[in-house]
Ligand binder design. Structure first.
Ligand SMILES: Nc1nc2c(ncn2[C@@H]2O[C@H](COP(=O)(O)OP(=O)(O)OP(=O)(O)O)[C@@H](O)[C@H]2O)c(=O)[nH]1
Ligand SMILES: [Mg+2]
Length: 698
């Protein structure tokens, strides 16, 4: 193939619910267009896209994979994304830089939560949506019901461009209402087909759909409308392509096509459709960018002759290869050997070699033009969300905002001394997968890892072992409880007095302790009059109290929302010292705290759960069993939204539980909201636990 031009590039991201057949569809596109000479299978672990060890063993996609092929003089860049909701981060990042989302819908399941997530991301980034009703060779396929669900969820502009003739076992024929032909496929997987006249029984339906399309197209264009009437209510094929393509790009039509990816049925016409009707990079909306070093925003247009700008959307560290950075050329073109500036890091980077990727296979490229997707190895300091540009274009593309973590676990190293290796492994894994986060929490004394679900974290742990050779155990993270008081103590006294040989120690304070409004923190006041405690020792009293706040008197958790006032005391001319007053302050505080109705506080999270109506009852029941309180309800299309406040200590397995009670259809977001008093029976347990730990530590 000769030089690629941007108008001949098509960038499609394949997304949709888990197991809807995305990877097989991608494989079939590669096979039927000749990019691979053997059709890989999920069951054999031989697809181009699902090549990593964990994907092969689990038979699901975990990473997004960048693929490419050609059809006639078009270049197709494809990103196959995982459907399992733990991995939606890579769906989002892929949507950010592709122009069309092929949203694969399983014909026997209809619209599922993965469909909804994919549609939402595509809408968020304003890219074109094309639905592919897949697995039509499966005996339980129900095209009409799937189509009805698509219409119900995504509106009247869902356009049936194809419908199956004989879905289910033996499926091999599709009516194409653009071509007005019956397409009959060989079922050997090669995707070959022959065109036939539409049988009489289906003519009426096909005609009606064809006519509908013509009308939609003509309606939007006056000139076309008059030609349409002149020509007796029809349009030429070119007019239809031009008009339909315009409507699709304007997102007035959401096309629906039919496939059985594994058997290659419908795959060639789908490829042709993408090339003929879907947007090229030149049609894509400009990328918003911030000027480096200022808060001004500019638009980066897909300008093939402009200054070079690339955006890194994915990185991957491969054994024997090093770190690969995947990018889209936003403007201009880049060549192997080119020097660019990483605008986010203000560092020079050289694109020593650039590649076009098919799963793990790479092929050298000399030039990548505007809109193309490419990869480069061994950049020095470039990560996801970085913009690299040529001279004179100082911009940073708006970053991809990755989903917030939904689950946290604490990690314990199995082998002492592995800590450095673990930290470096975790940081590499975070680079590759920005939805995976980790930090050491000094308060809890634990390394906390956070992600989208149990499977997500299990895969991170497996990679830590495989790639970085370290083994770890996973435990529930400790809960960052807090201690405070409910009562007021007007006066508590402590006298620190020691007379052991030489210099004595003397510090004597009277404190008042009062509860503060939740969230106010700690306040200290001095009401000592007449020099009962010399002014110079007051800061020492405060310091003593502050030091005592770190490990609360009840269960060693930090103390919050207390006001302490020192109002009286006494001193000794020789024996009083800062140290003595510090000790007196701390001891008086501890004593007073225990007298002031101390309570334990726990973090409360606000969760927002989105579920289909049918699961409402179960989801609400589960929330109350977690001591949760419903705070609001709303609807979004067919989905119900439940807002609730739930204690963090009850949330540990929530991602997994929600998935199981909603058959994978429920999703949720969470964020810390406030601290609240712990019920007595739980406080008793937490205190006992803390005392046990302290006893063990001594
Ligand atoms: N009957 C039938 N089965 C298919 C078809 N396509 C895929 N499958 C099977 O469905 C299962 C899932 O296929 P995948 O291609 O891995 O689906 P996916 O959407 O990529 O799955 P995730 O990436 O894990 O979300 C595998 O067992 C495939 O062999 C198809 O067209 N027809
Ligand atoms: Mg897959």
């Amino acid at each position: 193939m000769g030089n690629i031009t941007p108008e001949k590039i098509r960038n499609v991201v394949i997304a949709g619910h888990g197991g809807s057949g995305k990877t097989m569809l991608a494989e079939s596109i590669l096979y039927t267009t000749g990019a691979v000479n053997r059709l890989g299978k999920i069951e054999e672990g031989s697809t181009t896209s699902d090549y990593s060890k964990d994907e092969v063993s689990r038979k699901i996609s975990i990473n997004s994979s960048v693929l490419n092929t050609t059809w006639e003089d078009f270049k197709l860049n494809i990103i196959d994304t995982p459907g399992y909701t733990d991995f939606t981060g890579s769906v989002k990042s892929s949507m950010r830089i592709m122009d069309t989302a092929l949203i694969v819908v399983n014909a026997s399941e209809g619209v599922e939560v993965g469909t909804e997530i994919a549609v939402n991301y595509a809408k968020e980034y304003g890219i074109e949506i094309c639905f592919v009703v897949n697995k039509l060779d499966y005996e339980k396929s129900d095209f009409d019901s799937t189509l009805a669900q698509l219409r119900e969820n995504y509106g009247g502009h869902v356009a049936e461009l194809q419908f199956p003739v004989n879905q289910g076992f033996g499926f091999d024929s599709i009516i194409d209402v653009l071509k007005m032909k019956l397409l009959k496929f060989n079922t050997d997987g090669k995707g070959e087909y022959t065109e036939h006249d539409i049988p009489d029984a289906l003519k009426e339906k096909a005609n009606a759909l064809h006519q509908e399309l013509i009308e939609i197209v003509a309606e939007e264009d006056e000139e076309m409308m008059s030609r349409f009437f002149d020509e007796g209510g029809t349009l030429t094929e070119e007019e239809l392509i031009e008009g339909l393509s315009r409507e699709i790009k304007a997102k007035k039509i959401l096309p629906v096509l039919c496939t059985a990816g594994m058997a290659g049925i419908g795959v060639k016409p789908l490829t042709e459709f993408i090339c003929k009707y879907c947007p090229s990079p030149l049609d894509s909306a400009p990328f918003m960018a911030k000027k480096t070093g200022s808060d001004d925003y500019v638009e980066v247009m897909s300008n093939p002759t402009g200054e070079a700008a690339i955006f890194v959307f994915k990185t991957l560290s491969e054994p024997h290869v090093g770190e690969m950075s995947f990018f889209r050329v936003l403007s201009g073109s880049v060549n192997a050997g080119m020097d660019l500036t990483n605008q986010n890091k203000n560092k020079a980077e050289r694109l020593t070699q650039i590649f076009q990727m098919n799963g793990k296979n790479r092929k050298d490229m000399t030039t990548a033009v505007t809109g193309d997707i490419s990869a480069v190895v061994k950049l020095k300091d470039t990560h996801v969300n970085n913009t690299l540009t040529g001279k004179g274009l100082n911009v940073q593309i708006d970053p991809i905002i990755f989903p917030e973590p939904l689950i946290e676990q604490a990690l314990l190293s199995k082998q002492k001394g592995d800590e450095d290796k673990i930290a470096s492994g975790l940081s590499h894994l975070h680079e590759e997968d920005p939805t995976f986060l980790f930090h050491f929490d000094p308060e809890l004394g634990q390394t906390i890892i956070a992600g989208q679900g149990e499977l997500h974290l299990a895969i991170i742990i497996a990679r830590l072992k495989e790639k970085y050779g370290v083994e770890v155990n996973i435990v529930a993270p400790r809960i960052p409880f807090r201690e405070t008081i409910k009562g007021k103590v007007e006066d508590v006294e402590y006298k620190h007095k020691k007379q052991s040989g030489g210099h004595g120690q003397y510090g004597h304070v009277h404190l008042k302790l009062e509860p503060q409004k939740r969230g106010t923190g700690f306040e200290f006041a001095n009401e000592v009059v007449g020099g009962a405690i010399p002014t110079k020792f007051i800061p020492a009293v405060e310091k003593g109290v502050i030091e005592a706040l770190v490990k609360g008197p009840v269960a060693h958790y930090p103390v919050v929302d207390v006001k302490v006032t020192v109002h009286f005391g006494s001193y000794h001319d020789v024996d009083s010292s800062e140290m003595a007053f510090k000790i007196a302050g701390a001891q008086a505080f501890k004593k007073g705290f225990l007298e002031a109705k101390p309570v334990l506080l726990e973090p409360i999270y606000e969760i927002e759960v989105t579920v289909p109506e049918a699961f409402m009852g179960d989801v609400m029941g589960d929330i109350s069993s977690r001591r949760g309180k419903i705070s609001g309800m709303d609807t979004n299309g067919k989905m119900q939204i439940i807002k609730a406040n739930v204690p963090l200590s009850e949330m540990h397995d929530y991602a997994t539980k929600l998935r199981s009670i909603t058959q994978g259809r429920g999703i949720f977001k969470r964020r810390f909201d406030h601290y609240e008093e712990v019920p007595k029976e739980i406080e008793v347990k937490v205190v006992a636990e803390a005392q046990k730990e302290q006893a063990e530590a001594h």
